[in-house]
Ligand binder design. Structure first.
Ligand code: GUN
Length: 170
């Protein structure tokens, strides 16, 4: 479904949330709590407002948002049990056609990352190909928990930006 910004600016809370709820994975509260800030002059302002809602949320809510993301090339992806957007994002990075060894590399890096940080590894899959993602998993596993928490939020903002671009008619 495509929407004009003008339409979103005039939507009631429920319609606005229905249209934008999927921009932040399994977390429609981001759209819902951004609704009172209408109207938005352009897509950039809308994206900034959504990100401001996410940033203003309590830490536990931000953590739940991070944790709502599926592992890259994880079990849910193998079973094609992801949201439509997630399926597309993983496929764009080539993660739907990994060989046995690559799949094993992803799964062991995912598990090590989760064990260290308590949340999944988040990178904007549409902006990174398979090898770049694997390299980032190895590097970022050495960072501090706080740095990774902040990186996860920044990557979620990029994911939402691309999802928003897909949604708006220009
Ligand atoms: N998990 C880690 N990166 C991503 C991404 O780009 N999209 C989705 N849906 N989940 C992720």
């Amino acid at each position: 479904m495509k929407f004009r910004l003008e339409t979103l600016n005039h939507s009631d809370r429920a319609a606005f949330t229905a249209a934008l709820g999927h921009l932040f994975e399994h977390s429609p509260w981001v759209a819902e709590e951004t609704w009172p800030h209408r109207p938005f002059a352009d897509a950039a302002q809308l994206h900034a407002a959504l990100c401001a809602t996410m940033r203003a949320a309590p830490r536990e809510r931000q953590l739940a948002l991070i944790q709502a993301h599926p592992d890259l090339a994880g079990r849910l992806a193998q079973q094609r049990a992801l949201t439509a957007e997630s399926n597309r994002e993983q496929a764009s990075a080539g993660l739907d056609r990994l060989g046995t060894e690559e799949l094993a590399a992803f799964q062991s890096l995912n598990a090590a990352y989760r064990a260290r940080f308590g949340f999944p590894f988040i990178i904007c899959a549409r902006l990174n190909a398979r090898d770049a993602i694997l390299a980032a998993m190895r590097t970022r596993a050495t960072h501090s928990p706080e740095r990774e928490f902040q990186t996860a939020l920044a990557e979620i903002e990029k994911i939402a930006q691309l999802r928003l671009n897909d949604l708006l008619t220009t």
